[in-house]
Design a protein around this ligand. Structure first.
Ligand code: CU
Length: 191
């Protein structure tokens, strides 16, 4: 039975050195983990950057829009149906879909005979308008006469202010005998 020899100073120093060695290795491992994490974070940032750029490129940005597309912005409604040209036997407004509003425009008779311009508001189709002796029954309550004016001589013009503030369907028509039947009208939609 012999007791193990008491540790000498050398033994203790060697033990301490081993501890130091282990600490150094642990520090190295920590450093490696830290470095790896940092690299992962940097890589993620770069990846996100590329993703954002890919999304940006996919979006229609000004530099991706062709000159032709840029030159044609979203269509806006015309503010007036005029000028309106009357002829034998047509009514031709400059625009058939217009924004609501009170408008003043010129009417020109380019035909060889007298014409007029009447404006009615109604949800009825032109061929469903009430008739009297083959022409539109102007005072019939199912339609609303919005505007009337003097007959216009061939080559003549007239300025007219029409209240188109109420959205709906309007009939621009010449109701001189037989002219409506001859097709002298045009539907104008007010939005
Ligand atoms: Cu006419």
């Amino acid at each position: 039975m012999s007791r193990p020899p008491a540790p000498t100073w050398e033994d203790l120093r060697a033990f301490e050195a081993r501890l130091d060695q282990r600490a150094i290795r642990r520090d190295g491992w920590t450093l490696f983990i830290f470095g790896f994490s940092a690299a992962a974070v940097i890589f993620s940032i770069i990846a996100i950057g590329f993703a954002v750029r890919a999304i940006d490129d996919a979006k229609p940005s000004p530099r991706n829009v062709t000159a032709g597309a840029a030159a044609s912005p979203a269509p806006t409604l015309a503010s007036s149906p005029g000028p309106v040209t009357l002829s034998d036997f047509k009514v031709q407004p400059a625009a058939t879909t217009v924004a609501a509003g009170k408008v003043t425009f010129q009417i020109h008779n380019a035909g060889a005979v007298q014409h007029e311009l009447l404006v009615f508001r109604s949800g009825l189709a032109p061929n469903a308008y009430p008739l009297k002796d083959g022409d539109i029954d102007e005072e019939n309550p199912v339609i609303t006469k919005v505007s009337d004016g003097d007959n216009i001589d061939p080559g003549g013009s007239q300025s007219r202010t029409v209240d188109l503030t109420q959205p709906g369907t309007y009939l621009f028509v010449c109701n001189l005998p037989g002219h409506f039947k001859a097709g002298m009208y045009e539907v104008v939609t007010v939005k």
